[in-house]
Design a protein around this ligand. Structure first.
Ligand SMILES: Nc1ncnc2c1ncn2[C@@H]1O[C@H](COP(=O)(O)OP(=O)(O)OP(=O)(O)O)[C@@H](O)[C@H]1O
Ligand SMILES: [Mg+2]
Length: 268
C-alpha cells in the first residue's frame, strides 16, 4: 500500500528526525508504529500522509511517488488523525466539521448527507453538538469521524487512544477494527502496548529516528533486545509468560495464563 524507500527527513539543521527509513505498509492490515517519545513516529505518520515531503528517499502510494501526486488526491485516499484532535477541529458543530472534511475529498455533494449519517451513527455523535463543548473522548471521536467520513483506503492515526478512559478507548478501537475488517488499511502510532497487542497485526519499532525492527506484533513483543533498545516494555501478559519460562512462553492472553496455572496446580 505505502512503501518508504530510504526516507530521511529533518525539521532543521539539528540533525534528522527520521533517518534512512524503509518499510512496506501491508494492505488491509493494522500496523502499529511504536517507540519512545521523540523517536520519529509522528514524523513518519506525516510523511505517510504527504503532509511533509522527504529530504531524501521516496514515499510511494501503490508504487506511485507521492511527490508527484496532488494534495487533493492524497486527501481523498488517506485519512489522518492528528496526535492532538483539537488541532484538526475547526468548525462550530459536528455536522459542519464533517462537511468541511467532505468538501475537499468528495466532490459529489449529493453524497455528503449519507456519508455524514453513516459515520455519525457508527461513532454515536450528535451532528448539532459544538465539538469544543464535548469531552476529550467525544472530541477524539469527532476528529476520527472527520478523518474517515469520506471512506479513505488508508487511515493514519497518531495516538488515537491517548488520554481516553477504557470505555472511550474501546469504542474507538472497535470502530477502527470494523473499518479494517471492511478493507481499510490502518497505520497507528500507539504508546499502549496492550492495545497494540489486541489490535495490531504488524509492528514497526522506531528509535532515535531509525526503524530498528518490524514484523508480526507477537514476534516483536517477544524480542527483548529490540524492546530494550527502543525503551519499551512488552504487554504485561507477554512479560509474565517470558519470565515464567518453560511451558508458559507462548501464552498471549490472561485466560490462557489462568488455564495453564490451573492445570499445573492440578498436576501438583
Ligand atoms: N515541528 C518540529 N520542529 C522541530 N523539531 C521537531 C518538530 N516536530 C518534531 N520535532 C523533533 O523531531 C524528532 C521526532 O519527533 P516526532 O514528533 O516525530 O516523535 P514522536 O515519536 O512522535 O514522539 P512522541 O511520542 O513524543 O509524540 C524529535 O526530536 C522532535 O523534537
Ligand atoms: Mg508523536
Amino acid at each position: 500500500m505505502i512503501r518508504f524507500d530510504d526516507v530521511s527527513f529533518s525539521y532543521g539543521d539539528r540533525g534528522g528526525a527520521v533517518r534512512n527509513v524503509s518499510f512496506t505498509l501491508q494492505k488491509a492490515r493494522i500496523t502499529a508504529i511504536i517507540g519512545a517519545n521523540g523517536a520519529g513516529k509522528s514524523t513518519v505518520s506525516k510523511l505517510m500522509r504527504g503532509l511533509i515531503r522527504p529530504l531524501s528517499g521516496r514515499v510511494l502510494l501503490e508504487e506511485r511517488d507521492m511527490a508527484e501526486m496532488k494534495t487533493s488526491q492524497l486527501a481523498a485516499r488517506i485519512g489522518f488523525l492528528f496526535q492532538n484532535p483539537d488541532r484538526q477541529i475547526c468548525r462550530s458543530t459536528v455536522r459542519e466539521e464533517l462537511l468541511f472534511s467532505l468538501q475537499f475529498t468528495v466532490p459529489d455533494k449529493a453524497r455528503h448527507e449519507a456519508c455524514c449519517r453513516e459515520v455519525l451513527d457508527a461513532l454515536r455523535l450528535n451532528p448539532d453538538d459544538d465539538p469544543m463543548m464535548l469531552s476529550r473522548g467525544e472530541r477524539q471521536r469527532v476528529a476520527m469521524a472527520s478523518a474517515m467520513v469520506h471512506k479513505p483506503e488508508l487511515l493514519i492515526l497518531d495516538e488515537p487512544t491517548t488520554g481516553l478512559d477504557y470505555r472511550e478507548c474501546t469504542a474507538i478501537m472497535e470502530y477502527v477494527r470494523s473499518l479494517n475488517q471492511s478493507g481499510t488499511t490502518v497505520a497507528m502510532v500507539c504508546h499502549d502496548m496492550e492495545i497494540v497487542q489486541d489490535y495490531a497485526d504488524q509492528v514497526l519499532v522506531m528509535n532515535a529516528g531509525k526503524l530498528i525492527a518490524s514484523g508480526e506484533a507477537e514476534q516483536v513483543f517477544r524480542d527483548r533486545e529490540t524492546l530494550d533498545a527502543a525503551s519499551l516494555l512488552p504487554p504485561q501478559i507477554i512479560d509474565l509468560s517470558l519470565r515464567l519460562g518453560a511451558g508458559y512462553e507462548h501464552i498471549r492472553h490472561v485466560d490462557e495464563m489462568a488455564a495453564a496455572i490451573a492445570e499445573r496446580r492440578g498436576r501438583a
